[in-house]
Write a protein that binds this ligand. Structure first.
Ligand SMILES: C=C(O[C@@H]1C=C(C(=O)O)C=C[C@H]1O)C(=O)O
Length: 180
């Protein structure tokens, strides 16, 4: 198993998610990232020369393996679980875990199984029938040194998927504290 998956998969699964309103995000530099409602991939790509995605794992998981909240957000269907690292100029920036119900993988959306190293966001946000809701935030670091994660539901042609993203230390989200 990839070292990244081993490290970050359990972290993001056990995250305590809170609604956006619970955090003082307005006017902060990380807030602009966490509140991005359009494609995160496109935003990240503006901060580097080479934006790439590496798939760590992709498997079908039973609905029984979803948490109660996950089930509330995506429904009762089994899901394709896709875990990736988003890289900016070869630096790992974001670990992302997406749950795509198999019922979403129908009609035009059957191609989502075959994305490979193409960013999911490019595919989803190229479709005019896409939107994001149910945004929640978690701090996987400490109060002194926050390490942010967010979870949101994406809709494509009225079909849901759930995306959790963990912003790694080298990501531009922490650019100020990294001295960039
Ligand atoms: C959901 C988006 O796609 C990004 C790309 C992902 C992937 O390729 O699996 C996963 C999560 C995202 O951070 C986005 O760009 O907003």
């Amino acid at each position: 198993m990839s070292e990244f998956k081993q490290l970050y998969s359990p972290l993001i699964r056990s995250a305590k998610w809170y609604p956006v309103q619970s955090w003082a995000l307005e006017q902060t530099s990380h807030g602009a990232w966490l509140l991005e409602s359009e494609s995160l991939s496109r935003r990240l790509a503006q901060y580097c020369q080479h934006f790439t995605v590496t798939v760590l794992a992709q498997t079908i998981i039973s609905n029984d393996n979803l948490s109660v909240m996950e089930r509330q957000l995506v429904g009762e269907s089994d899901c394709l679980e896709r875990e990736v690292i988003l890289y900016g100029d070869q630096q790992p920036w974001v670990f992302a875990r997406t749950l795509i119900p198999v019922t979403t993988l129908s009609g035009k959306e059957q191609d989502l199984v075959d994305l490979g190293n193409r960013p999911l966001g490019y595919r989803v946000f190229n479709d005019k029938n896409s939107r994001r809701d149910a945004l929640e935030i978690a701090n996987l670091g400490t109060q002194q040194q926050p390490r942010w994660a967010r979870r949101s539901r994406l809709w494509i042609n009225e079909k849901p998927m759930l995306v959790a993203e963990y912003f790694l230390t080298q990501s531009p989200v922490y650019a100020k504290e990294n001295g960039c």
